[in-house]
Structure formats: C-alpha cells, structure tokens
Design a protein around this ligand. Structure first.
Ligand SMILES: C[S@@+](CC[C@H](N)C(=O)[O-])C[C@H]1O[C@@H](n2cnc3c(N)ncnc32)[C@H](O)[C@@H]1O
Length: 308
C-alpha cells in the first residue's frame, strides 16, 4: 500500500508568486537549451506521447509553465501530430512568468513561417493559475498535462497532484518532474555554511525537497494516492556543464531564483560577493572537471507519468 504522509520540519521550496515574478526575466536563460532543465523536459514530452500520442490531444495543460519551456518543446517536436482543434494552456501562478510565455508566443508567431508549428503557437493560451487550485478548469476537461519541476514546490503538492487528476479526462495522462539530487544546491549550502560564520551571521535553514518527491518510489506512491494508474517513474541524469565556474556563480547568485534567495536575501552586496567567491572555490573543489576545462554539476531528476 502507498502512503502520502511526509514528515518534514524543515522549510520546503515554498515560494510566493511574487518571488517568481522577480526572477522571471532571468529565468529563461536558466531554462534554455543546454541547461539541466532541458533534458527532463525532452523526456517528459516523450513519456506523454508514448502514454497517449499527441494526435489524440484535445487540451494540453502546462502547469507552472515558467517561460513556456515545456510547451515550446512539445510544439517544436510534435506540432505536426497535434490536431488543429487542440487548445494549449500555459499556466503559472506568477504573472511575471505568464508574461514571459506571452512574449515567447508573440515572438514565435512573428518569426515562424505559416505552417503547423505557427498555428499551434497561435492556439497557446497563457493563463495565471495556481497549481493547487485549478478550479476555473472544468473537471475532466484536459487530455495531457505536463508539469516540469513545479508540483513539489507548491504549498500543497498532494493537492496539486489531486487537482491535476481532477481536470484530466478519463484516460488522460499527466507527466511531472522533481529533483532527487542537485549539486548546485548542495554546493551552495556548503559555501554558505563556510561563509556565514565569517560574516557573524546565523545561517538560514536550507529549504528541503519534500522527501517523497526525491525518489521514484515516493513519487509512484504519490501518483497512486492521487488516483493515477499505468504509472511510470524513472530517474534521469540532468547535469549542468559550466564552461566558467565564475560566470555561473555570479549568474546563479544574482538570479533572484528561489533556489538562492533563501541565502542571498539576508546578505548585502559585499557579503554576496564573498559567498560567490566561496561558491567558486567549493565547486572547483568538489566537482569533476571536463576535458575542456569546464566543471560539471550533477543533477538527477525524478520523472513520473500516470493515466486517469
Ligand atoms: C522551477 S520553475 C519551472 C518552470 C517551467 N516548468 C520550466 O520547465 O522551465 C517552477 C515554476 O513553477 C511555478 N510555480 C510555483 N508554484 C506554483 C503554483 N502553486 N502554481 C502554479 N505555478 C507555480 C513558478 O512560478 C515557476 O515558474
């Protein structure tokens, strides 16, 4: 039997929409091709297509779309299969992120030649919507759901999964991802633990991933508890290759991403500089270098799909 009970006294990645608004501008770069995010997105799209080919899609829902990366991936790879009547909803609780998706949509419509890719983008509706309350969406109205690195970080991940299940049509499919391992967070935590004592400041508590979302067994149980069947889970390696550790450390620490604000919010500019130097040192100390002189931050994602 499965169990969805998670005991967790440490803070999770429980961030407000306004926090994501602040980082929406710089986020696109983080989620672009070559980032660790692009590997799980590619695989999630394939998992959805295998479970229920996109030629059967009536409405595709991207939950926590951010800058629209998952929607963009599925359109670029499957636009010829997606029927002309299919609607695509790109939703996020951050209006900043939804605006970025609207801009991406507008630039695609401007740049693309007439054809199925362009007409599919024309049917993308960017929408502000909270994953834990999809109520404006009708029960049994969606054929495909993708949620890349979103559900686990909501205020109530189990409710978010229940909502995804509620809006799916019978036989509809959902695919989502979470993190099992993130070297970038582990290295930041180590750098912070070395830096804060020298600043005479108390180290803030590192937000933890909810335990069940970090393993394929845990996520399988969560999907089962939410009522899904035909559940498939897997790990996928999603490393971040850094051509320049210094460049990465600076971009990461000034990104405003909730992955760093737990620590940067309590520091002034000079203190962030000190943390940045320490982060560079930690990464060079802990992470393997590749033959081009870059460094590799390993990441492992948990992917899951299920059918209603
Ligand atoms: C790590 S980003 C992933 C973005 C996107 N799925 C991608 O693959 O690039 C997490 C996204 O989830 C959104 N998010 C977090 N909590 C949410 C919630 N309760 N409802 C809807 N979106 C949420 C954030 O605003 C952010 O855009």
């Amino acid at each position: 039997m499965s169990s969805s009970t998670t005991t967790n006294n440490t803070p999770g990645f429980n961030v407000k929409a306004s926090d994501w608004d602040k980082t929406s501008g710089s986020y696109t770069q983080l989620a672009s091709k070559g980032s660790p995010m692009s590997i799980p997105i590619t695989r999630l799209v394939e998992m959805l297509h295998t479970s229920s080919p996109f030629d059967s899609a009536t409405t595709i829902l991207d939950i926590g779309c951010g800058p629209g990366s998952a929607t963009a991936q599925l359109i670029s790879t499957h636009h010829t299969a997606i029927p002309a009547s299919t609607q695509l909803l790109a939703t996020d609780f951050s209006s900043g992120m939804v605006n970025v998706t609207s801009q991406v949509r507008a630039s695609k419509l401007e740049a693309l030649q007439e054809g199925t890719e362009k007409s599919t983008w024309a049917r993308v509706v960017p929408l502000v919507l909270d994953a834990t309350d999809l109520r404006p969406l009708l029960t049994e109205s969606i054929s495909h759901i993708i949620a890349n690195f979103v559900l686990f970080m909501t205020e109530d991940p189990a409710k978010a999964l229940e909502e995804a299940h509620r809006v799916l049509k019978s036989d509809g499919v959902a695919a989502c991802s979470s993190w099992s391992r993130m070297d970038w967070i582990e290295n930041l935590a180590l750098a912070a633990s070395r830096t804060f004592p020298t600043l005479g400041k108390a180290l803030p508590q590192l937000p933890m991933m909810p335990a069940q979302w970090t393993s394929v067994e845990g996520v399988r149980d969560l999907f089962t508890d939410a009522g899904f069947r035909d559940i498939h889970t897997e790990y996928v390696e999603a490393p971040m290759v850094l051509p320049s550790v210094e460049g990465f450390a600076h971009q990461f620490l000034t990104s405003g991403n909730p992955a760093v604000t737990w620590v940067t919010d309590v520091l002034d500019e000079t203190e962030v500089d000190q943390l940045e130097k320490q982060l560079v040192q930690v990464i060079k100390e802990k992470c393997e270098a590749n033959d081009k002189g870059g460094h590799i931050l390993n990441g492992t994602a948990v992917l899951a799909s299920g059918r209603k």
